[in-house]
Design a protein around this ligand. Sequence first.
Ligand SMILES: [Zn+2]
Length: 445
Amino acid sequence: MKPFLVALVLFLAVPAHAETLLINGTIVAPDQVFQNGWLAIEDGKIRSVTPSRPDVKGARELVTKDIVFPGFVDLHNHPLYGIFPRWRPGKTYANRYQWRGDAGYLRAIQNPEGKLVTQHFCDMDTYVELQALMGGTTSILGLFEPADTPKVEPCVAGLARNLDWASGFHGPGVGKERIANVLGVRPNDIRLSPQAMEMVKTGDYDLIAVHLAEGRRDDAESKAEFAQLKALGLLSEKTAVIHGGGLTEANFAELAKTGGAFIWSPRSNFELYGETADVAAAVRQKVRIALAPDWSPTGSMNMLAELNYAKTVSDRDFDRLFSSKYLFEMATVVPARIARIDDKVGSLKPGLFADVFLLRGDASRPYDALVGAKPQDVTLTLVSGVPIYGTDEHLTKLGATGAEKVTVCGETRTAALPLAGLTARLQKALAGESLQLGPLAECRR
Ligand SMILES: [Zn+2]
């Protein structure tokens, strides 16, 4: 058993790995949806997905009317910034280089983040990973910048999987990952850890996600970056381009031809630039497209919120380009394939890790329920079969005890962490910077 799971299990007093869990509900499997189906979990992995109850003796059983989804795979985030409230600059920019130098941004976000992360990293990480888990995310990329923090803090292990630091896929310990996150193609932004640098040099890696052409479609600086990516030798089937506002249809065609992928973050694009990438061109050129929230200051709090936003944008600006099911896949199996971890996570099928979340909603239309869901509709999140967050009722049924209550948009949920002391510490630290702690969830009517 992995050390982080041992720690979680001890805290929760859940013998999750010692016994089989059976979860009943509407199971969203890769090829079909099982109404009133069953998911069996054993040793942290999915043992079976079946239309009727499997014959397992002595299993812990959770019978629900909920919809059971695979946990989201978030390939683009800056999770630590989730401690800040939403940043509203009151204007839009031509590209990322403008707002990154904006005095208001430096004051409200960047300078305090740089300061707090050196002293409160573990508290910040726990708080923001809970935000992700509350929205169904079980794998996340982009925790911190390697050049700033070359030493991997052991506390990153646990809660959601950190795909670039502590995925749990490569045995115990941290820093063995085959996935890297790059801030951009300018010299200041290409900052990789020594391991990642070695990885790229030898070609022995699975994915590099690169911020690229982040700005308006007509912005010259953004438009120039695709050529810069190629000049760096970073355009390949192991590349995922993040944002891509300045990418033309010809660029998307070339990306598709090399087998590279695209990560779309519409909310952050609209809030910062007043528009988003030409995702219709990406679809026409058959680029593999994943959805991701970017970060909470200008993007979405988590994947569930970004799905909701993406559906609105798809319907309003792209003539209903994406169905609810397509969007679901852009948040689960597609990013898992892009990161070459689809044999581990991203769908509900036997042999994969039991990274799962449950959602309250119209089970006859599971994908529509998903893209229309509110934060309080998530009723349970499990990573490796360990219940980390959910309703008290569900957690109790799975034998979890000793956890902390949180209020989510008027409803009570339980989180498997000592949140009260942590929240108070973060509030105090932020007050020292004349700032407030951002919320765990953004409520919608
Ligand atoms: Zn980003």
